[in-house]
Design a protein around this ligand. Structure first.
Ligand code: UDP
Ligand code: MG
Length: 320
């Protein structure tokens, strides 16, 4: 079967309200490029009628492929499923909520024609996000890029263009805890960046609240850096050195001024301080052990319930 040129991957979780609008806008853009394309809707265990809606849209456009995961696996897994199924020469992951303007695809293609393997879309204006979300994102990029060997470009989401060889490289990464932003950056390749203004969600609700984002950030940092483990070496060294200096001070003070018994407060504080520091250290090690445990199980990243792809079915029928 002839490979499609452009594969759009759209992970959907409870997006029934916006899916029709999304399909309309993106189809118009894709048709205008005069290239063959496929739109892969990955239904990530939605609790509403997203699946039915996607199948309905498929009826009027055979370039739509609907992948239904067996339950909600999370956006990273849904994206991975989409990448695995895609056949295009270039692959573009995009959110269903129209926060990533489909019109940008035309610019992506222009950059790709110049010879870039990756074209990133950088948000120059995040005014559609809340103050807390903007600040926490800023802090996350700062901490992550300080610790990890490979920087994640700031304010760049999953919306991007990748060529087939980049997708192949991503598929080589065997980990099943997939922090896609990190994975995308890790594989490298010649990259171009274009800027855009992020819109606000057209309908439905965000599924990333504070706690989920915090865990997402932890996944990102622990997945791509061992600095949080190594830092304990230096914290330990610093505390030991201060203890040695403080011990020497007490020693000489005792020789000169005699025994000084009071010290209840300082002793109690240092016990609590050291206890706290040790527990944090154990917590960090625990975080990594937990990740190793999950990774050691070698479970699949996602499970597919069903794929309905009219193009493939058509080809199969004509081969029979
Ligand atoms: N999404 C998903 N699985 C999830 C959560 C979200 O596939 O468990 C999809 C969602 O349908 C959307 C994209 O990931 O297409 C981004 O989600 P959302 O808009 O909620 O995140 P935000 O833009 O607020 O970061
Ligand atoms: Mg969104």
């Amino acid at each position: 079967m002839k490979n499609k040129l452009i594969s759009i991957i759209c992970p959907c979780y409870n997006e029934e309200q916006v899916l029709g609008l999304f399909a309309k806008r993106i189809t118009a853009i894709l048709e205008s490029t005069n290239r063959t394309y496929e739109i892969i809707f990955v239904n990530d265990g939605s609790k509403d009628n997203t699946l039915a809606k996607a199948k309905y849209l498929q009826k009027s456009n055979p370039n739509i492929c609907v992948v239904n995961l067996s339950r909600n696996f999370g956006k990273e897994a849904a994206l991975t499923a989409g990448l695995d199924i895609s056949t295009g020469e270039v692959v573009i992951p995009i959110d269903a909520d129209l926060q990533d303007p489909p019109e940008l695809i035309l610019e992506f293609l222009k950059e790709w024609e110049k010879g870039y393997d990756v074209v990133l879309a950088k948000r120059v204006d995040r005014s559609s996000d809340s103050w807390a979300k903007k600040k926490s994102a800023e802090l996350f990029y700062k901490i992550h890029n300080m610790m990890a060997h490979v920087d994640i470009p700031e304010n760049v989401g999953d919306y991007r263009l990748m060529t087939r060889r980049v997708v192949n490289a991503i598929q080589e990464l065997p980990e099943n805890q997939r922090f896609m932003k990190g994975i995308f950056s890790w594989v490298g390749f010649k990259t171009s960046v274009i800027e855009y203004k992020r819109e606000s969600r057209q309908a439905g609700h965000t599924s990333f609240n504070g706690w989920k984002l915090w865990n997402f950030a932890l996944d990102g940092i622990t997945g791509f850096s061992t600095a949080p483990l190594r830092i304990w070496l230096y914290i330990g060294a610093l505390i030991s050195a201060s203890a040695f200096i403080y011990g020497s001070v007490i020693f000489f003070k005792t020789i000169i001024q005699g025994v000084d018994v009071p010290g209840y407060a300082s002793m109690f504080t240092s016990i609590l301080f050291l206890g706290g520091i040790q527990l944090i250290g154990i917590g960090v090690i625990g975080e990594y052990v937990g990740r190793m445990y999950m990774e050691a199980k070698r479970r699949p990243v996602y499970i597919i319930d069903e794929v309905s792809n009219p193009a493939v079915e058509e080809a199969r029928d004509s081969n029979d």
